[in-house]
Design a protein around this ligand. Structure first.
Ligand SMILES: Cc1ncc(COP(=O)(O)O)c(C=O)c1O
Length: 381
């Protein structure tokens, strides 16, 4: 017998109650019954995004939400500043190129957060730049970029937008859209929203909606103006992901009940505990100065193949974590704290890493990481 534990940065575990909600018999989407569900989910999503703006619910993965921002806000030839500090930053640039935009790349060393002064200098040098495209949490490197500081560069100008991929940020740490002046923000269902993959949520500021009026990029399915109009009637332009929307409504209610601040605190506590555990075990944590609370990245000790550890953890121990991508393939382990994850899931992850390291011949004092984490996790009780 082997139990399995899902602690990768998406998809994340889905609570039983939410699974049951989604397993209810299918309903037709153009009905008052479903419109009520859709409307409530969209309304509660405003609480999550900390905005008065509409939050659009798209049947799509997160990348579709990112693409919708590019194609609805900009025009071919527009210059956009891309914060490229990992796989997902790179994705902003690739999507922009696909639609004929001109990305200006700010290449950030993996494991570092972007230097706000560098972004400022780039914007000062070229007043034609129409956007900063950035990740709140760059999942491939476990780094949080300084979104609040970046927002100060754009919020008082009406000719530039701050577009944030909040896919592993929203519902994890504070990203108050209206207060900071974030112009476009995206999340996906399979992260902090505790749902299966298949929904992207997107919100735009007043300024961004003005950009949408000018945009000339081609788009059909992801037509945010059309979606906003339909949302006025508590529906979507095309068939919504009915079951996921039902689940979304349930999760957003539970987030409201817990309180967003407490949700953020929970993620922060799990992240701090995991970082303390790594330190106690002598493992180097990625980005100690700007770690994302969505996941913790640690370098595996020299001489050990991280990919083999992650495989063994998954196939033998039953614990799914994530390894590294591209230049960090085999070099890191990523442990997620996203969504429906609590104290004892985190202890499972740390205990399993200790055991796997020992199995792979690394000198580990077993229980040392767990003990360090427990000290912090106890704060919750
Ligand atoms: C920061 C970030 N952006 C974008 C994506 C892409 O989302 P999706 O795979 O849902 O398209 C992910 C997925 O892991 C992510 O973590």
């Amino acid at each position: 017998m082997k139990k399995t534990y899902l602690l990768a940065p998406g998809p994340t575990p889905v609570p039983e109650t939410v699974n049951l909600e989604m397993a209810a018999p299918m309903v037709h989407h153009r009905t008052p019954q479903f419109s009520k569900i859709f409307g409530e989910a969209a309304e509660d999503a405003k609480y999550l995004f900390q905005t008065k703006q509409d939050v659009l619910i798209l049947a799509s993965t997160g990348t579709g939400g990112m693409e919708s921002c590019i194609t609805n806000l900009f025009s071919p030839g527009d210059k956009v500043l891309v914060v490229n500090g990992g796989k997902f930053g790179e994705r902003w640039g690739k999507i922009s190129e696909s639609y004929g935009l001109e990305p200006i790349w700010i290449n950030v060393e993996w494991g570092q957060a972007v230097d706000v002064n560098e972004v400022k200098a780039a914007l000062d040098k070229d007043k034609d730049i129409r956007a900063i495209l950035v990740q709140a949490s760059e999942t491939s490197t476990a780094v949080a970029h300084p979104v609040e500081a970046l927002s100060k560069l754009t919020r008082d100008r009406d000719d530039i937008l701050l577009v944030v991929d909040g896919i592993t940020g929203v519902g994890v740490f504070p990203l108050p859209m209206d207060e900071w002046g974030i112009d476009a923000i995206v999340t996906g269902s399979q992260k902090a929203l505790e749902l299966p993959p298949g929904l992207a949520l997107v919100a735009l500021s007043e300024k961004a909606w003005k950009f949408a009026d000018q945009s000339k990029c081609p788009h059909f399915y992801f037509d945010l103006k059309k979606e906003r109009k339909n949302l006025g009637n508590q529906t979507s332009a095309y068939t919504p992901a009915v079951s996921l929307v039902k689940g979304l409504r349930a999760v957003l209610k539970s987030i409201k009940e817990e309180g967003l601040e407490n949700v953020h605190k929970r993620h922060n506590r799990l992240a701090r505990a995991t970082r303390a555990a790594a330190k106690a075990l002598g493992l180097k944590v990625i980005a100690p100065d700007s770690p994302a609370d969505s996941l913790t990245g640690v370098f595996v000790p020299d001489g050990i193949d991280g990919a083999k550890i992650v495989k063994s953890l998954r196939d033998e121990f039953g614990v799914t974590l994530a390894g590294g991508q591209d230049q960090w393939k085999g070099k890191i382990i990523r442990i997620a704290h996203l969504g429906y994850v609590d104290t004892f899931d985190t202890i499972v992850a740390i205990a399993a890493i200790e055991m796997a390291l020992k199995k792979f011949g690394h000198a580990v004092e077993m229980g040392k990481g767990v003990a360090a984490a427990q000290e912090i996790l106890l704060e919750a009780y």
